[in-house]
Design a protein around this ligand. Structure first.
Ligand code: C2E
Ligand code: MG
Ligand code: MG
Length: 569
């Protein structure tokens, strides 16, 4: 009894203590528990509260009542007020007769203060009855301050930021009522994984945060994250339907030494973002490296936005060569960013961020417009038969917009380029992602007479049946297959198969990334009609491309494998 933190006591039928433990004695203001014997609360507490407690004791003894988790105030004159959650039961002898009472009280002062604060300031989320973001911030702030004051001896704590992985989908398919129900159920499930002192808050939409205090090590926080993820892996029934959700979690630890609570929250969010990017239903603990990456990423986003406004773009053109006539068939337009500080930046460094932020749409439209305008100028300057084509890359994000065909039509009208001279390249993986919405957009573009190519073919694991349902005319064999083609090797068999397959489906093939005359010869022997690669030319600025159009193809384009060499450009 003496080692327990709860107040414990026994009383006789007259409501006088027969025994109290050390915690109780301490709270009565006594150093020796024995000094409480024979007395009752009237001797210690403020009058009102003491009377109240004694009345309860009488009830218990006279009527045999049990009081469970009763919340009551405990106020010793000259000391600060405490809140207790008390359970009292009658004590009986072997014949069943009531001989006294037994009570146990837990201190809930902190909880009460917290609740009062919540109520007072409307700091809670009415749907889940959880603290909201503002409240959570205050709690984290309190612990950050504590850590600052106590220094290294301060207990370790963690902030976990949680996000339901498929909430939007459930919300949209089952309706908002079901969405709300799911959020409430989720809140209760997460709560069940936590200790009484942990704070769970709903910060926004389907995002929750957890404050875990008094941890021994990082692995404690990770264990809680795993517990939550395991709990969330079980199906939930909402609106009569069984749904499966999962949760991604980002964790930040106080050991990183935060001066401000928002920094800690920011880091937990960054870690969450990483967990999501790594494939959902995961947890990540924040580290400094992540911070650096996040800062870089943010800088890149800011720069990109500015670049859109200031039009820091150029298009480079890579020739596409007809392998039978060894003549120029057209160009692929490739975006370059003329960064004021970093020089010419290649697409791999900015396209993914442009896609994530949606900036790919204005950028993509700019490239489309510029490439069509330029090609129209070249057509006027140097008419050829058939006219040169221009290929422009499209991203998934652009394909997802139903107004894409209208935008393309607008660009063609404005620039006066014939639709049949424009090719839009869609990567195989983008095609796989876009499904029905994309199919309708592609069909409309096809009806406008615009050509459609599958870019990077062979890397997206598409099924042929699926490919056939799109109006695509050309497969561009990915560079990885072409570059690993050595005479007779397995890789050239793959290229052979792709070419054969495309021809059977009535499609054309363009080989990407041709670098050597040997590759070129092989491609020709496989009946591949067009190719593109450093062997012919790297992507070049418009002026250089123009010179190529005016001067005609260089002699080495027609040379055979025996005496040709890589044009390193
Ligand atoms: P992609 O559409 O497959 O373009 C071909 C890429 O392969 C280009 O890289 C080109 O420079 C490179 N390449 C061509 N021949 C060879 C070769 O012989 N050897 C080697 N090693 N590489 C060769 P780049 O310009 O860096 O573009 C990379 C990707 O960025 C493009 O791949 C395309 O998916 C994307 N991209 C470029 N511009 C745009 C754009 O305006 N919009 C969109 N959505 N994506 C773009
Ligand atoms: Mg391309
Ligand atoms: Mg490609």
């Amino acid at each position: 009894m003496d080692s327990m933190a709860e107040d414990i006591y026994f009383k006789d039928r007259n409501g006088r203590f027969t025994r109290v433990n050390r915690a109780m004695a301490n709270h009565l203001g006594l150093t020796d528990p024995a000094r409480a014997i024979g007395r009752n609360e009237m001797d210690f507490l403020c009058r009102d509260e003491a009377e109240h407690r004694c009345r309860d004791d009488e009830e218990i003894v006279r009527r045999g009542r049990t009081l469970v988790d009763m919340e009551e105030k405990w106020h010793l004159p000259g000391r600060s007020e405490r809140w207790l959650s008390t359970t009292k039961i009658p004590l009986r002898d072997s014949s069943g007769a009531i001989v006294g009472s037994f009570g146990i009280s837990r201190d809930i002062t902190e909880k009460k203060r917290f609740e009062a604060e919540l109520e007072q300031k409307g700091f809670y989320d009415p749907l889940t009855q959880l603290p909201n973001r503002a409240m959570f911030d205050k709690r984290v702030e309190r612990l950050v301050t504590r850590t600052r004051h106590l220094g290294p001896s301060s207990p370790l704590f963690a902030v976990a930021w949680l996000d339901l992985d498929r909430f939007k989908c459930i919300n949209e398919s089952l309706g908002h009522g079901a969405g709300d129900e799911l959020l409430v159920r989720t809140a209760r499930r997460i709560e069940a994984c936590l200790r009484p002192g942990d704070v769970l808050a709903r910060v926004v939409g389907d995002q929750f945060t957890v404050l875990l205090d008094d941890l021994h090590s990082e692995s404690d926080a990770v264990r809680v994250a795993e517990r939550i993820q395991n709990a969330m892996a079980l199906p939930l029934t909402v609106g009569g339907t069984e749904v499966f959700t999962s949760v991604s979690i980002g964790i930040a630890l106080s050991s990183s030494g935060y001066a401000r609570h928002d920094d800690m929250l920011r880091d937990a969010y960054t870690a969450l973002y990483r967990a999501k990017a790594a494939g959902r239903a995961r947890h990540e603990v924040f580290d400094a490296d992540m911070h650096r990456r996040a800062v870089d990423q943010l800088q890149l986003e800011t720069d990109l936005r500015r670049a859109i406004e200031r039009q820091e773009w150029v298009v480079h053109y890579q020739p596409i060569v007809d392998l039978q006539s060894r003549s120029l068939a057209g160009f692929e337009a490739l975006a370059r960013w003329r960064h004021p500080g970093r020089g010419l930046v290649m697409p791999d460094a900015f396209i993914p961020t442009a896609e994530e932020t949606g900036l790919i749409r204005p950028l993509g439209m700019w490239v489309l417009h510029e490439a069509c305008r330029q090609m129209r100028v070249w057509h006027d300057m140097c008419p050829t038969q058939p006219p040169l084509g221009i290929a422009v890359n499209l991203s998934t994000r652009q394909l997802a917009h139903a107004d894409l065909p209208a935008q393309v039509r607008h660009v063609l009208d404005q620039t006066g380029l014939r639709p049949s001279c424009l090719t839009l390249e869609i990567t195989e993986s983008a095609l796989m992602q876009s499904m029905q919405a994309g199919a309708a957009v592609l069909q409309e573009l096809h009806e406008m007479n615009v050509h459609l190519d599958v870019d990077d073919f062979g890397t997206g694991y598409s099924s042929l049946a699926y490919l056939q349902s799109f109006p695509v005319q050309t497969l561009k064999v990915d560079r990885s297959f072409v570059s690993s083609m050595h005479g007779g090797a397995q890789q050239s068999e793959i290229v052979r198969a792709i070419v054969g397959l495309a021809h059977n489906l009535g499609m054309d093939v363009i080989a990407e990334g041709v670098e050597t005359p040997q590759q070129l010869e092989l491609l020709r022997s496989l009946n591949c009609r067009r190719a593109q690669g450093f062997f012919f030319s790297r992507p070049v600025p418009a002026e250089e491309a123009q010179r190529l159009i005016i001067d005609g193809p260089p002699a080495f384009w027609s040379e055979s494998a025996a005496n040709g060499s890589v044009n390193a450009g």
